[in-house]
Design a binder for this molecule. Structure first.
Ligand SMILES: [Zn+2]
Length: 118
């Protein structure tokens, strides 16, 4: 069925049927949006480890830079590198840290782990 045929079919529906269709369509769109959102980061990076310390999330990630001729295009990803993620209002800010976490943060993580083990 092409989009014109779909439109013509929809125009023949009753109001109740249109409302049901509208509800259903919203669900379909929402699902498509969710999968588009989650599929994108996965294709460019792979999360190795994730830790949260004081409202900050630290992630150890393997990165695909996106260059066609790079080794990462053949599955040899870069890294792993640490990144920090901070929620600022309704946005997530990410910041590159490097191959190793600063000692201060490692210590915070260690303290947190010991707390949860008690
Ligand atoms: Zn690369």
């Amino acid at each position: 069925m092409n989009s014109l045929q779909i439109k013509q079919a929809v125009q023949r529906l009753s109001l109740a049927q249109l409302r049901r269709l509208d509800d259903w369509l919203h669900g379909v769109i929402q699902k498509a949006e969710e999968s588009a959102r989650t599929a994108r980061p996965q294709s460019r990076k792979q999360i190795v480890e994730e830790r949260t310390v004081e409202n900050q999330t630290y992630r150890l990630e393997m990165i695909r830079c996106g260059k066609e001729k790079c080794k990462c295009a053949r599955g040899e990803l870069h890294g792993p590198y640490w990144y920090s993620y901070t929620r600022v209002k309704d946005k997530i800010k990410s910041q590159y840290i490097g191959k190793k976490l600063p000692h201060k943060i490692e210590k915070q993580m260690k303290n947190k782990q010991e707390e949860s083990e008690q």
